[in-house]
Design a protein around this ligand. Structure first.
Ligand SMILES: Cc1cc2nc3c(=O)[nH]c(=O)nc-3n(C[C@H](O)[C@H](O)[C@H](O)COP(=O)(O)OP(=O)(O)OC[C@H]3O[C@@H](n4cnc5c(N)ncnc54)[C@H](O)[C@@H]3O)c2cc1C
Length: 337
């Protein structure tokens, strides 16, 4: 840890210094998250995901996360209370699909509370590396709970032509209204829409986006939830069905084409990891979409899917951590989704 800053009364920013030999593995796209191993006397450790608030276009090799205390939560409070400069922590490489394919387009962001973390990374990146207009709707309980207020004011002063921001405080205006969201979206229909915050807030934004005619493919949602599985345990091959047969998987991964035997009871991700292939993953429980790949040929079943919506599945997206083969031969690609 290179720096720990008290962001608000109930949140901290933690900056990581990445050892030289793994810097390449920690390159990230704005909007991605890391998975942090947090010690626990009860269970050994727990794993939690935290979005990177830093931008690869602005903050060089400094990776920052913003952690907000969850009431009665374990990991967030542990991080807020215990992390100090100089401490070493185990962190999985960045992953996640809450990213922009093109930073050069107009973008509308909707953030609620700590949902600002991936949004801040995207906003900074779009303004520095892109050329479109950026609008941010940022909802908070009250002025004391606003994370990154100073940084956002600085950004607004630096990019007055391309950046506008609505600061919505519940203490003054109640919970965000559909009308407030629609006002922004009706002016920005052709834009990419990114949202991160409490579920009812994101439902409101998504409904408004649909009503304003924003294309579904342009609406991106990041869900904050705690992992229950242990992504740090890669040694265990999970059995997700009783089928003892073997299929064949052809996998496009990191520019290579790999063919592996695929035991029909084992998720594709486990097969790849157990053979030393560097497939992306985080939660390993169908919740985070870090392991998403695209079906090219054949078919797979997903044992659990708590993140991909119907349109994603129709587009061929599948979660490798939950994928079991339905056909004898399956081809998937992790590259260029
Ligand atoms: C993609 C993604 C990005 C995210 N980004 C952010 C972010 O930028 N900022 C942010 O603040 N949050 C973020 N989150 C949410 C974050 O991962 C956590 O869900 C959040 O911090 C709450 O975790 P918690 O452990 O404090 O709370 P909880 O998960 O509610 O804690 C309670 C859980 O901990 C267990 N527990 C209690 N005591 C112990 C103990 N002693 N040992 C072991 N287990 C115990 C309980 O059994 C219970 O399951 C993100 C989540 C995701 C999926």
């Amino acid at each position: 840890m290179t720096d720990v800053v008290q962001e608000t009364i109930d949140s901290v920013t933690i900056a990581f210094d990445i050892p030289d030999e793994i810097v390449e593995d920690f390159k990230y796209a704005p909007g991605q998250f890391v998975t942090v191993k947090i010690p626990s006397e009860q269970t050994g450790h727990v794993a939690r995901c935290y979005s990177l608030s830093s931008s690869p276009y602005v903050d060089d090799f400094r990776l920052e996360i913003g952690v907000k205390r969850t009431r009665d939560g374990y990991a967030s409070n542990w991080l807020c209370d215990n992390v100090t400069v100089g401490m070493e922590m185990t962190v999985l490489a960045p992953s996640g699909q809450f990213t922009a394919k093109n930073l050069d387009v107009d973008m509308a962001f909707f953030a609620g509370g700590s949902g600002i973390t991936p949004v801040l990374s995207l906003v900074k990146s779009a303004l520095i590396a892109g050329g479109g207009e950026v609008v941010l709707f940022y909802a908070n309980r009250d002025i004391e709970s606003v994370m990154y207020g100073g940084q956002l004011e600085q950004i607004a002063a630096e990019f007055p032509e391309r950046f506008s921001m609505v600061n919505w405080l519940e203490s003054e205006r109640g919970i965000p209204t559909a009308q407030a969201v629609t006002e922004i979206l009706s002016d920005h229909k052709g834009t990419e829409v990114f949202m991160c915050g409490p579920a009812p807030f994101m439902d409101l934004v998504e409904r408004a986006a649909v009503e304003c005619g924003v294309n579904h493919a342009n609406v991106h949602r990041e869900v904050f939830q705690s992992l229950s599985g242990d992504p740090f345990d890669t040694a265990t091959l999970r059995r997700l069905s009783d089928d003892e047969g073997i299929a064949t998987a052809t996998v496009y991964l990191n520019g290579d084409c790999i063919t592996v035997e695929w035991p029909r009871n084992t998720p594709l991700l486990d097969v790849l990891l157990s053979q030393g292939h560097n497939a992306p993953y985080s939660c390993r429980e169908g919740a985070c979409s870090a392991c998403v790949c695209r079906l090219v040929d054949g078919d797979v079943d997903m044992v659990q899917n708590n993140i991909l919506v119907e349109e994603d599945v129709q587009d061929g997206e599948r979660l490798a951590c939950q994928a079991l083969p339905l056909t004898d031969a399956v081809t998937v690609s992790f590259d260029a989704l």
